[in-house]
Design a protein around this ligand. Structure first.
Ligand SMILES: [Zn+2]
Length: 185
């Protein structure tokens, strides 16, 4: 996917050097097309030795069991997005404890995926019937006979056998950082 027109004023884009790198930039205004990116978020909710999974009812990945998740929104903090996604997909309320895994997928739309360890709060797993048509807590033994996505198998291993608490949410006392979502070792 190559951008041809300015997202700000609609004029043609042309290759131009910006801070030492050739980028597509507007020929009429100051807009620079930095690239195509997307950011995904995923939830790892553990109860005992079981991890919350949902079965995808839509493509991509229709029929596969995955951990709940979605894509971030423009102005919503990521910790709220993942909490909302889990609640919407399968009726479980869970809150973010830490960031425990990152997947970097450089491609035409460069995707970065953040996986959150989340604390179960309340609710029974019930699929929304639209995005997902199955939901439940499953052990690795149960997953052996299920159609679990490979990425999810990797994340389940992180959730159950991770050797670190991950990056934990931090309430900073630095005034200029208020309003940022901060996660730290
Ligand atoms: Zn422009």
């Amino acid at each position: 996917m190559v951008a041809k027109f300015c997202m700000s004023c609609g004029s043609a884009l042309a290759a131009r050097e910006v801070d030492g790198t050739v980028r597509l930039a507007c020929t009429e205004c100051s807009f620079v097309h930095w690239g195509n990116y997307s950011i995904g978020v995923g939830a790892l909710v553990v109860q005992g030795d079981k991890v919350l999974l949902v079965r995808r009812a839509q493509n991509p990945g229709k029929g596969f069991w995955t951990n709940p998740g979605g894509y971030i929104e423009q102005t919503e903090p990521i910790a709220e997005t993942i909490r909302r996604e889990v609640r919407e997909e399968c009726g479980i309320d869970a809150v973010v404890r830490s960031i425990v895994a990152v997947r970097d997928q450089p491609r035409s739309i460069h995707n970065v995926y953040l996986a959150f360890a989340m604390e179960y709060v309340s609710g029974e797993p019930i699929p929304d019937g639209f995005e997902v048509d199955g939901a439940g807590f499953f052990s690795p033994e149960e997953m052996e006979t299920m159609n679990v996505a490979e990425m999810t198998r990797w994340l389940v291993d992180v959730a159950l056998h991770g050797r670190s608490q991950g990056l934990r949410g931090d309430e900073s006392s630095y005034p200029s950082l208020s309003g940022y979502g901060l996660f730290r070792v």
